[in-house]
Design a protein around this ligand. Structure first.
Ligand SMILES: Cc1cc2nc3c(=O)[nH]c(=O)nc-3n(C[C@H](O)[C@H](O)[C@H](O)COP(=O)(O)OP(=O)(O)OC[C@H]3O[C@@H](n4cnc5c(N)ncnc54)[C@H](O)[C@@H]3O)c2cc1C
Length: 461
């Protein structure tokens, strides 16, 4: 580096990545009196809602951090879950009318093979809706089990709070002193010694600046640069069945229930969202052309009418609408779609979250399948434990690095525990299982002896 560009600002902590993990860590550290600076390579906050479920242990953490009220103001409380098992219709109808999938293909056709902007989708969807026949009723699966389970009483932290991740990130950002988060700034390199870390930040202008800190926290997501620059091995797997999801106006009678359909063709998750919307998630065929939203190359943009779409070839809007209709009987309209995205489920772990004074957080350290919605939540539990350790170290209670390896074991243990649960949730929803088996599993899990355990596991308690 040219000597003229060297400037050193000093902080206790520099954090790479202003996502859910980096922001939560910054808030806790700031509240304990540490100086913190967050850098994010993106020029603006993410507008995409990946995580929606904030579980009871996380609500307690938010309460402790003094921001729970803001979350409650923006969220929707879920206290009931519902499991519905369906079986395919025994005699598929022979029909002369147009099929459900054909009915919606024009959204694709009209937009030259791309997911259209919200406006284009609206026009295409409305035009088609006038001419298409309704999908045939005899295509719809039959319900063979329908069980409801209480997941909390709605008081204090005894519920799952649904808050889209972009709102979570906004609330956490607003709780930090102004200027803590600096955008368009990529952590490009670092060097560490026994006393601290010198971090190189590449700003959008091309300017390279150096910052000095006691610790560098890598909260830069699944494709973490900090992790690769540290040379920490990263091992795991990507599930072969991709998923897609879309948010639509809620035209169901489910109210605030979180509903899971288990069908021979796979999973349908149906979660209420604030603002009268409902999210539908399905697994799609392994061969479906999926753009992995979790990947670094996914490009989000907001269309002129405020809806968000992922650009690039992606025909799965039709798959989603079609599959939801066949598996559940719920009719969604492409014209009313607010957000659509496809993603792959991953389960990866770093060999270690700690490399001297460089510590990995959130998805940079451990990624688990999003089915069951626990990734952000267990990342926060780990961060809370880490901040306690760092505080004790700073207070002189601990002087060696061995307590940080204790943290590493704790974080890896949580990744193992919650990764297993997410793995179960992912596998149980995959297609190909006989309906009677799914009904049996549902009866077993929701029966009196196992129900309390199931609810505790599902709500991360
Ligand atoms: C579809 C889906 C649904 C989900 N639902 C849930 C749910 O309901 N509940 C739940 O708990 N979890 C859920 N998750 C998981 C959750 O979204 C993630 O665990 C969470 O986003 C991880 O946050 P993070 O801050 O570690 O990473 P990210 O959110 O990926 O943030 C990383 C940040 O780092 C920045 N960055 C990257 N490289 C650099 C660099 N070199 N320098 C500076 N900045 C950099 C990026 O721009 C980004 O802003 C879901 C995930 C998906 C895909």
């Amino acid at each position: 580096m040219n000597a003229n560009t060297r400037q050193y600002e000093e902080y206790d902590f520099v954090i790479a990545g202003a996502g859910a993990a980096g922001l939560f860590a910054a808030l806790l550290l700031h509240q304990r009196g540490f100086s913190v600076k967050l850098f994010d390579k993106k020029s603006s906050p993410s507008s995409h809602s990946r995580s929606i479920g904030i579980h009871p242990p996380s609500l307690n953490l938010l309460h402790e951090a003094g921001v729970l009220k803001k979350f409650l103001n923006h969220g929707l409380s879920v206290t009931e879950g519902r499991a519905i098992v369906t079986k395919a219709p025994s005699r598929p109808a022979v029909r002369n009318d147009i099929s459900a999938s054909q009915a919606y293909h024009t959204v694709q056709d009209d937009t030259a093979g791309t997911v259209a902007s919200g406006e284009a989708q609206s026009k295409a969807g409305k035009a088609r809706a006038k001419t298409a026949s309704k999908p045939h009723k005899s295509d719809i699966h039959q319900i063979i089990r329908d069980r409801t389970v209480k997941m909390g009483n709605g008081e204090n932290a005894d519920h799952i709070l649904v808050v889209p991740q972009y709102i979570t990130e906004r609330i956490l950002t607003e709780a930090l002193p102004e200027g803590t988060v600096q955008r368009s700034s990529r952590v490009a390199g670092f060097e560490q010694d026994a006393n601290g870390v010198r971090v190189q930040i590449q700003h959008e202008t091309g300017e390279l600046k150096e910052y000095q800190c006691s610790y560098l926290l890598g909260a830069d997501g699944m494709y973490s640069d900090v992790r690769s620059m540290s040379g920490i091995p990263w091992k795991g797997k990507t599930y072969s069945w991709p998923f897609c999801m879309g948010d639509f106006p809620d035209n169901t009678k489910f109210g605030s229930q979180a509903v899971i359909y288990l069908t021979p063709e796979g999973l349908v998750e149906s979660f209420p969202l604030p603002g009268g919307l409902r999210r539908w998630v399905i697994n799609v065929d392994p061969d479906a052309p999926i753009t992995d939203d979790n990947s670094d190359t996914g490009v989000w943009h907001t269309s002129t009418d405020g809806k968000q779409v992922l650009s690039g070839p992606n025909p799965t809007v039709n798959l989603l609408i079609d599959a939801v209709y066949h598996r559940t009987g719920h009719q969604l309209s492409p014209a009313e779609m607010h957000v659509f995205s496809s993603f792959r489920a991953h389960r990866y772990s770093s060999e270690s979250s700690v490399n001297g004074r460089v510590i990995l957080l959130g998805d940079a350290a451990h990624v688990i399948s999003p089915i069951g919605g626990q990734g952000m939540n267990f990342g926060w539990m780990n961060i809370r434990a880490l901040v306690d350790k760092l505080q004790r170290k700073s207070d002189g209670v601990h002087t060696s690095n061995s307590d940080l390896s204790g943290y590493d074991r704790f974080a890896a243990g949580n990744a193992q525990k919650f990764g297993k649960r997410a793995h179960f949730n992912t596998l149980v929803g995959l297609p190909g299982k006989p309906a009677f088996l799914m009904a049996l599993i549902t009866d077993l899990l929701l029966s009196a002896p196992l129900q309390a355990l199931f609810v505790r596991r599902f709500t991360m308690r």
